[in-house]
Each structure stands twice: as structure tokens, then as C-alpha cells.
Design a protein around this ligand. Structure first.
Ligand code: GAR
Length: 191
């Protein structure tokens, strides 16, 4: 019998997507466990969330590593030790480079708050609003060596014509919390 799949979530901040994924696993909506959290900001709220769920955490301060290669080597070794099948970036505000991609490429996915390829990179929602966009959205994609350019797995559009950024973030998060667990479940089941 194959083992229950093991997910690593990478996050840097609030961790509402981490929470949605961990809860979906606990409720059996995703046929896997969140085995570990990887976090580059030890003081982030997501670290407390992981503790509440009893999820093992690797939290580190990036500038204490001599190089990005050293940092990603430690992360990849931690993923190996914990027998991770799938890495889900959820608000992890760092570019994944070749050290991790060469060992986990094809098994790393990301959620981004725009309809890619529009509005890649940081401040995607703010940029879209500055453009006067009328349809926002969320994309889940594979991570490759480009920034937000890997193959798209799932997308959902969010029509919004207002100018209230806080309200819009609320709508985007609500969609993310549904779409990310659903997409992870589909990927793990092989559909
Ligand atoms: C999410 O909205 C996610 O789409 C975004 O960060 C937020 C994290 O929220 N990711 C990016 O912008 C990646 N470029 P959370 O910490 O509450 O899950």
C-alpha cells in the first residue's frame, strides 16, 4: 500500500492559506498530511498556527546563511528527512532557485493573487487595481526558474469593480482558501 502523501507548506506571513490547507488535510478533504512548515520569518503568525496544529516547523533567518545555496541546501535536506511528496508555497515571499529546483522541481506549486501571466511578482493586487482591472483572480502554478511563470494548474476569476483594497483582499483570500486545497487534492489524486 502506498503511504499517505506528505506536504510541506512554505510561508512568510499570516498563513491563512497554510491554515486552509492544514484544516483540509485534518478534515480528510486532502488525502495527505501537512508534515512540515518552512518559514523564513521566525516571528510570523504562521509559525504559531503550525504549533497549534502540532506541525513541525523549520523557521530560519535567511541572512544568517553564508549564501542562498547554503540556505536552500538546508531546506532541501529537511524536506528529504521528512519524506516530502509535494511543496506548496503559500505566501512564501522568496524566489526559489536552482538548489531546491534541482531536487524538488516538478513537485513545487505556488498560489499567486492574479490571473497570471498578468501581474507577476510582488504587489500583484495593488498593481492590478492601479490599472483599473475589472476582473481579478487567483492562479495556482508549478514553480520553475522563472518568477510566477511556471505552467498553470488552476485559475479562478474574481469580478470586482470597486476601489476598496481591503474588501478585494477579503474576496481573494476566500477564493484562495477554497481553490488551493481543492487543487492540491486533485493533484494528489492524479486528476
Ligand atoms: C496570498 O494572497 C498569496 O496569494 C500571496 O500572499 C498571500 C499570503 O496570504 N502570494 C503572493 O503574492 C506570491 N507572489 P496568507 O499568508 O494569509 O496565506
Amino acid at each position: 500500500m502506498s503511504h499517505k502523501k506528505r506536504i510541506a507548506v512554505f510561508a512568510s506571513g499570516t498563513g491563512s492559506n497554510f491554515e486552509a490547507i492544514a484544516t483540509a488535510c485534518e478534515e480528510g478533504k486532502i488525502p495527505a498530511d501537512v508534515a512540515v512548515l518552512v518559514c523564513d520569518k521566525p516571528e510570523a503568525l504562521v509559525v504559531e498556527r503550525a504549533a497549534r496544529h502540532g506541525i513541525k516547523t523549520l523557521a530560519f533567518v535567511p541572512k544568517l546563511f553564508p549564501s542562498k545555496v547554503d540556505m536552500e541546501t538546508v531546506i532541501a535536506d529537511f524536506l528529504d528527512e521528512n519524506e516530502i511528496d509535494l511543496v506548496c508555497l503559500a505566501g512564501y515571499m522568496r524566489i526559489i532557485s536552482n538548489t531546491l529546483l534541482s531536487r524538488y522541481g516538478g513537485r513545487i506549486i505556488n498560489i499567486h493573487p492574479s490571473l497570471l501571466p498578468a501581474f507577476q511578482g510582488a504587489r500583484a493586487v495593488e498593481q492590478a487595481m492601479e490599472y483599473g482591472v475589472k476582473v481579478y483572480g487567483v492562479t495556482i502554478h508549478y514553480v520553475d526558474e522563472t518568477v510566477d511563470g511556471g505552467r498553470i494548474i488552476a485559475q479562478r476569476a474574481i469580478p470586482y469593480e470597486g476601489e476598496n483594497l481591503e474588501e478585494l483582499f477579503g474576496l481573494i483570500h476566500a477564493v484562495e482558501h477554497e481553490l488551493y486545497p481543492e487543487t492540491i487534492a486533485r493533484l494528489l489524486i492524479g486528476r
